[in-house]
Every structure is written in structure tokens, then in C-alpha cells.
Design a protein around this ligand. Structure first.
Ligand SMILES: [Mg+2]
Length: 325
């Protein structure tokens, strides 16, 4: 039976056109019923309504921010989220093996793929999908304007990164439910392995183990960046490859306080500022989010991804056919 899936979409989003999704959708009219949305809240509400109406799969087109809004409506329901990743980074989609802007793979995951349950954590009741950062990395994304992101893509992070690196960074403390606490100047929490694009920050994180992985980095300025980059170059931090200034841990719940004013980001978007005397609580939502994932995930090595690129794939099948001929 052919499954026609409701697709939550912001018809005015520029990413729709930039990513090529708009023209791809023109060729796949029979696979989706478009559900136009007007705002983030509207998208969450429509997702929830469709789930309550008994739709087995509800798709959303967008980057990590849009997917989070859809997830907010779907978490704890029986409906599965179908992902059409047309954002800039698409970290959550990569984590689930769907890749970035690979709409054929995304459609195959929706129609023939497996269903995976994923943990959703919240910061002061605001959910995020992939990661949360407290400190300099959040100050960096706070400085990135939509225009800069659009024009420069990932390079925007490097430019604003240098601006933030020269500042002083207040001490941030993570307190676990058992009273144990750890401090650092940059805290990063991951629901999965990836931090930005394809870069892995947590080598052993899993999105279905009920826990967040955290790196608590106690460094000044530039060394924070080097520590993060060093971990990413080694495909993620493990206890054996981080410096003595970084603590790795996992937890289900924690509280964060800071001795000075700090910023925090959720899934790469600036989410708020924490002042001395205030705290934020991070915890898991009891229900899980069901997501459509491909039976064969996209390879995570650079060579594997290159070989599975649609152009390379088409060329390889052409060569195979030519050989048989
Ligand atoms: Mg986990």
C-alpha cells in the first residue's frame, strides 16, 4: 500500500529552495500531503493534532530547529517523525543515518525504513534534539545573524568563534542529583555523537540510552576551541583522548549554575542567558520520540559518504552496466 504522508512545511522558508527540496517535492507529489505552517508553535500544534488523529507517520521539512518543533508535538505519541533534512547543518538527521539533504534516502526511511525511539531532553522544560552548550559556544551562535549563516554557512562559526575566544569566560557548575558537582568554562551535552555537521564530539554517546553525555571543559579562551577541535578530529572524545582539563560524564538529570553571566544554545541556536544566582535544570522527557530511519544508514566516513553521493552512485552503476554489456 502506498503511504501518503502529511508533510509539515513552512512554504516561505528559504532553505526549501536553497536545498533543492522544493523541486524534489514537485517530483514526489504523490508521496506527501503538504501541511503549510505559519510559525514554530503552529508547527508543533499541527504535529500533535495529526498524531492524535492517528497518522502513523508525520514528516517535517527543515533543519534541526524545525525538527525540534515537530518533535515537541510528537514525543510520547505513537506517531513517527519522518525527516526531510533541508537545513544548513542537519545534525540530527545525520545522527540517524539519513544524512543531509538526501531526500531519496529520507523518503525510503519513511516508506520502508525502521522506527527508532529517541530520547528527548529539556533545558528548563524546553526540548532539544541533539545537543546543548553552555558558555563560549553559545555566545558564538548568539553572534551569528541569519544573514551571516546564509551567506557563509559553517564558516560563520569560525569567524564569530575568534571574536568570542578572546573574552573572559565565567566558571559554570554542573550539579548531579546525588550532589556531585563539576565545574568548567564550557559545558557541552550531547544526546548523540555529533556536534556540528558530521563532526563527532562524543565517541560513545547513544540517543536511546536514557542519558546525556557531557564534556566539562575547564580552560581559558582559545584552548577551549583546540580541545573541541581535537576531540572532533579524533571522531569524538573518550576518557583516553581528552586532556586533563576535560571531564566526561553521563547523567539523566542535572542542574547548571554560573558565577558570571553565560549564554546557552540548544541544537546550535542561541536559547538563553543565565545570570549568577539563577539555574537551569536539564532532564529527560519520560516518553520517547519515534523516528523513521533508513535500514542502511548513510556511511559516516568521508570516503563512504563520497562513494554514496548521488552523482558518484549514478556513475558507479553506469560503469557496472557498461562492464556487463
Ligand atoms: Mg544518550
Amino acid at each position: 500500500m502506498h503511504l501518503t504522508v502529511p508533510l509539515l512545511i513552512n512554504p516561505k522558508a528559504g532553505s526549501l529552495f536553497r536545498s533543492g527540496l522544493k523541486s524534489w517535492l514537485d517530483d514526489h507529489r504523490n508521496d506527501f500531503t503538504l501541511v503549510p505552517t505559519t510559525s514554530a508553535e503552529d508547527l508543533t500544534a499541527r504535529a500533535r493534532e495529526l498524531a492524535e488523529a492517528g497518522e502513523p507517520v508525520i514528516a517535517a521539512a527543515g533543519g534541526d530547529g524545525t525538527l525540534m518543533n515537530a518533535a515537541q508535538g510528537l514525543v510520547g505519541t505513537q506517531a513517527s517523525l519522518g525527516i526531510l533534512p533541508c537545513g544548513t547543518m542537519n545534525v540530527f538527521s545525520r545522527e540517524l543515518g539519513i544524512g543531509s539533504r538526501r531526500f531519496d534516502i529520507a523518503l525510503d526511511a519513511i516508506q520502508n525504513g525502521a522506527r527508532q525511539e529517541v530520547d528527548i531532553f529539556t533545558v528548563n522544560d524546553r526540548p532539544f534534539l541533539q545537543m546543548a552548550g553552555f558558555g563560549p559556544d553559545a555566545s558564538i551562535v548568539k553572534l551569528i545573524t541569519p544573514k551571516l549563516k546564509r551567506n557563509m554557512g559553517a564558516a560563520a562559526h569560525i569567524i564569530t568563534g575568534l571574536q568570542v575566544a578572546v573574552r573572559h569566560h565565567p566558571l559554570i557548575t554542573v550539579t548531579l542529583p546525588d550532589g556531585k558537582s563539576m565545574s568548567g568554562t564550557q559545558i557541552i551535552m550531547g544526546n548523540g555523537k555529533r556536534y556540528g555537521g558530521e563532526a563527532h564530539l562524543f565517541a560513545d554517546a547513544r540517543y536511546d540510552d536514557g542519558k546525556l553525555d557531557a564534556a566539562i571543559i575547564h580552560q581559558e579562551s582559545m584552548p577551549i576551541l583546540f580541545e573541541i577541535l581535537g576531540c572532533m578530529l579524533q571522531r569524538g572524545a573518550t576518557r583516553s583522548n581528552v586532556s586533563e582539563f576535560t571531564n566526561l560524564c553521563t547523567f539523566e538529570e542535572c542542574e547548571i549554575t554560573a558565577e558570571g553571566t553565560i549564554d546557552y544554545q540548544l541544537d546550535g541556536d542561541y536559547a538563553g542567558t543565565l545570570h549568577p544566582g539563577e539555574s537551569v535544570v536539564i532532564r529527560r522527557i519520560p516518553g520517547r520520540l519515534r523516528v523513521c530511519i533508513p535500514r542502511t544508514p548513510i556511511p559516516t566516513t568521508p570516503l563512504g559518504r563520497f562513494m554514496s553521493h548521488p552523482m558518484v552512485y549514478a556513475w558507479r552503476s553506469f560503469l557496472r552496466r557498461a562492464k556487463d554489456f
